[in-house]
Design a protein around this ligand. Structure first.
Ligand code: ZN
Ligand code: ZN
Length: 182
């Protein structure tokens, strides 16, 4: 291959790499947003914040791919109301066959970030004075509870043979017939 072609190919790869990495969250607080401008607006003013990342890690320590969502934030008398809808995918181990499997998560929530301690909600969120809120911890918490306690690669996963460990989704073994006979 001529040197120039090689150079171009490398450049192209680099370009692809840069392009892809754009949506990989490197920032420590990828869901931190500036909401200062909403504070002086009349009650009822709202704004949508959209997020999209190929890869993202959220607190407590949840590794997501294909993450996206929107936070609809409205100014209310008591504070800022966040109405969020977020989706993402996590890797989990199927409890029956132990294969790694993708679990698609979706969450929808409402949280109030109160102006003062006097009207905090159950979640105890108060607007920070710097005019920014980090949605990361909240979104992470809501997504974590969506992870199934017993993930399955598919509803009818047949699991592993208790005797020889064969993956019964892919093969049968002599033991299955025996167990059924017993
Ligand atoms: Zn399985
Ligand atoms: Zn077997």
């Amino acid at each position: 291959m001529p040197l120039s072609a090689c150079y171009n190919a490398t450049k192209f790869k680099l370009y692809l790499f840069c392009f892809r990495s754009l949506t990989v969250a490197k920032n420590k607080h990828p869901l931190r947003i500036n909401i200062g401008f909403l504070l002086n607006q009349p009650v009822g003013t709202s704004r949508d914040f959209d997020f999209e990342f190929n890869q993202l890690i959220l607190p407590p320590d949840i590794e997501l791919t294909d993450f996206s969502g929107t936070a609809h934030i409205s100014r209310t008398r008591q504070g800022l109301l966040v109405e969020g809808v977020f989706t993402g995918t996590v890797e989990a181990e199927c409890v029956r066959c132990l294969r790694s499997t993708e679990q698609h998560l979706k969450t929808q929530f409402q949280e109030l970030y109160a102006f003062t301690r006097d009207n905090v909600s159950e979640s105890d969120l108060v607007l920070p004075e710097d005019g920014h809120i980090d949605l990361g911890p909240i979104v992470g918490e809501y997504l974590v509870i969506e992870i199934p306690i017993k993930p399955l690669c598919r509803e009818d996963c047949r699991g592993l043979c208790m005797v020889c460990g064969a993956n019964l989704n892919e093969q049968t073994c002599e033991h299955v017939a025996q167990i059924q006979e017993e």
